[in-house]
Design a binder for this molecule. Structure first.
Ligand SMILES: Cc1cc2nc3c(=O)[nH]c(=O)nc-3n(C[C@H](O)[C@H](O)[C@H](O)COP(=O)(O)OP(=O)(O)OC[C@H]3O[C@@H](n4cnc5c(N)ncnc54)[C@H](O)[C@@H]3O)c2cc1C
Length: 286
């Protein structure tokens, strides 16, 4: 492994000072479950790592003005125990994430910034309209996750910025809302997603008032299946409508062949699991 400096600031201000030169070779470090693997494999070659593990400001989960604010350093294990993180889709994604040892270290911001096409927390956050709070010495900006992710391992984050929190808008109280997530892997644990599907569904009587569908591991970055959503929005719930939506979702993705599965199989599984997740998520609103 190449040598690098390890900085261990105790405050956010000190962390931002360390990143202020905006040098891409100085990288934040959270749980290290991606970063250390990348350094070992030669994929990353930072000259300095700024550990965020002792920065208290990045920890904690709170509600402010109806928005849920999830601290960047929240671990995947915490998603399984914190009562405010009760969105089913987030819980299911965290539950199926890696293994207990990795979940104790891996953070939500690390998963977001790694921007893997198969990053498991990304589809649930996309359907929840998550916003990313980025802070630097020059200020704070909020970026929608959909705009934050550019492609495999590419985001709009500047090298001098830290993800401070993830913000999820409050649910509208009028109508029943439910979310769900499914990950198809080659094993029960420690599996990289072959495909993943997240759904958020809002019901009004027998009608689908609103729906959001996000797909993982079938494009250069997790995507919203906006065409599949459009055919359902405002429509009565019906088996035919679900089938049509799932068919369109399979057309909207751009999967690749790799060691885990062929593009063809991925497309087929998107069709199967989008339909299934829509049905299951609707049933949860009843
Ligand atoms: C055995 C194993 C199993 C895994 N299983 C899964 C899985 O099932 N699903 C899945 O999606 N992933 C999986 N991963 C990948 C990894 O665990 C996740 O992506 C994890 O969320 C990364 O978080 P981390 O805190 O360890 O990030 P780190 O490795 O510390 O950092 C990852 C990236 O994020 C940046 N970063 C971290 N925190 C911040 C911040 N606050 N602001 C700005 N940038 C930041 C770092 O600079 C780096 O670029 C697995 C990894 C291993 C080793």
């Amino acid at each position: 492994m190449r040598d690098f400096d390890l900085l261990q600031p105790k405050t956010l201000t000190a962390a931002l000072d360390a990143l202020a030169p905006n040098d891409p070779a100085t990288r934040p470090l959270a749980g290290g479950t991606d970063m250390i693997v990348d350094i070992r494999s030669g994929r990353a070659a930072p000259t300095a790592l700024v550990s965020l593990q002792e920065v208290a400001e990045l920890r904690g989960i709170k509600r402010e003005n109806g928005t849920l604010q999830i601290g960047a350093a929240t671990t995947l294990a915490e998603f399984l125990t914190h009562p405010d993180l009760a969105h089913q889709a987030l819980y299911q994604a965290a539950y199926n994430f890696a293994n207990p040892m990795v979940r104790n270290l891996a953070t939500i911001a690390g998963n977001i910034n790694s921007a893997s096409p198969a990053g498991d927390m990304l589809p649930p956050l996309l359907v929840l309209d998550a916003q990313i709070e980025l802070v630097s010495k020059s200020g704070t900006r909020l970026v929608a996750l959909d705009q934050f992710l550019l492609g495999p391992r590419k985001t709009v984050r500047r090298a001098d910025e830290v993800i401070a929190s993830i913000r999820i808008p409050a649910l509208r109280p009028q109508s029943p809302v439910s979310t769900g997530f499914y990950k198809l892997g080659l094993r029960q644990a420690d599996a990289i997603s072959i495909i993943s599907v997240a759904v958020r569904l809002e019901r009004d009587g027998d009608t689908i008032r609103d729906v959001r569908i996000a797909l993982g591991a079938v494009a250069p970055r997790p995507i919203r299946a906006t065409g599949a959503e459009a055919v359902l929005r405002g429509q009565p719930f019906s088996e035919n409508a679900l089938k049509e939506s799932a068919r369109i979702a399979a057309q909207e993705c751009a999967p690749i062949d790799d060691l885990r599965a062929s593009a063809n199989y991925r497309r087929r599984m998107i069709q199967v699991y989008v339909r299934r997740m829509l049905e299951q998520t609707w049933n949860k609103t009843l």
